[in-house]
Design a protein around this ligand. Structure first.
Ligand code: IPE
Ligand code: IPE
Ligand code: MG
Length: 247
């Protein structure tokens, strides 16, 4: 039983989602409400990533994936994009040590090669420093798009066919899935989108095929442990059927 601000949610320890994917939305609106620039919302949002990763780890969640920058987010003002590209350094300078102490493993999915060298270096360093950790796998979807991921995988498998490594008949759902950017991550059980939008915005299109969706009006910088518990409690109340019929 968790208790905070007099609100508590009783969570079933045997039904904790193995993989939670977050669409971290609402940083800009959160800042605007406080008469602050959008970038301040992104800055505050990184604190939420730390808080929620530590809590997910404590709850025994195996994997957490956060949508940090989409392939479409390049449409934004260059100053906002540049600011977001500086956040990994800020994040890892402040929290990498603590994440390592908590046995968290870091990964990314997306086109890191399109990021500035300093951003790339800091993320690659965090990944190599945590590659042996066995706790929560925290994956940053950074310069990531779900359609792009499927196209990239398709191209890779076409190349394998052309190179004679596999034949067309070797391609099936399992093989395809293993070659997605998420490779061996556990299936996504729960997708949480903050800030009141009811869409996927090109996030994990393949992986979310049978995930449960929970939408909350809370903006990402204000999302906290209690709200995470509430979302998991909603998930635990759902009946997952995977196309079958419940006995
Ligand atoms: C999510 O917050 C962070 C990114 C997309 C990088 P937004 O920046 O989308 O905030 P809103 O939706 O404009 O409030
Ligand atoms: C999705 O949020 C992308 C991230 C959270 C990184 P957006 O704010 O970019 O999505 P739309 O534009 O509202 O669909
Ligand atoms: Mg948004």
């Amino acid at each position: 039983l968790f208790n905070k601000k007099n609100i508590s949610y009783e969570l079933d320890q045997d039904n904790i989602p193995g993989h939670i994917a977050f669409i971290m939305d609402g940083n800009g609106r959160w800042a605007k409400k406080r008469k602050m620039p959008r970038t301040y919302g992104h800055h505050e949002g990184t604190k939420t990533i730390r808080k929620i990763a530590l809590e997910a780890n404590r709850l025994g969640v195996k994997a957490m994936t956060v949508y940090a920058f989409s392939t479409e987010n390049f449409k934004r003002d260059i100053n906002e994009v540049n600011y977001i590209f500086k956040l990994p350094k800020e994040f890892f300078d402040l929290y990498l040590k603590e994440l390592i102490e908590n046995n968290v493993q870091l990964r990314y999915i997306g086109h890191l090669e399109m990021a500035p060298k300093e951003t790339r270096d800091i993320i690659e360093k965090a990944i190599s420093q945590t590659s042996q950790n066995t706790g929560l796998i925290l994956t940053f979807a950074f310069i990531y798009g779900g359609r792009d991921e499927i196209v990239e995988t398709t191209k890779e498998l076409c190349q394998q066919c052309l190179d004679g490594k596999i034949s067309v008949d070797n391609i099936n759902e399992d093989y395809f899935e293993k070659h997605l950017m998420t490779t061996d991550l556990p299936p996504v059980d729960l997708m949480i989108r903050t800030s009141g939008e009811y869409r996927l915005s090109n996030f994990m299109l393949w992986q979310l095929a049978y995930a449960e969706f929970v939408f909350t009006d809370i903006h990402w910088p204000a999302f906290d442990e209690t709200e995470l518990h509430r979302c998991i409690a909603i998930y635990q109340g759902r009946e997952r059927r995977f196309g079958g019929v419940l006995k």
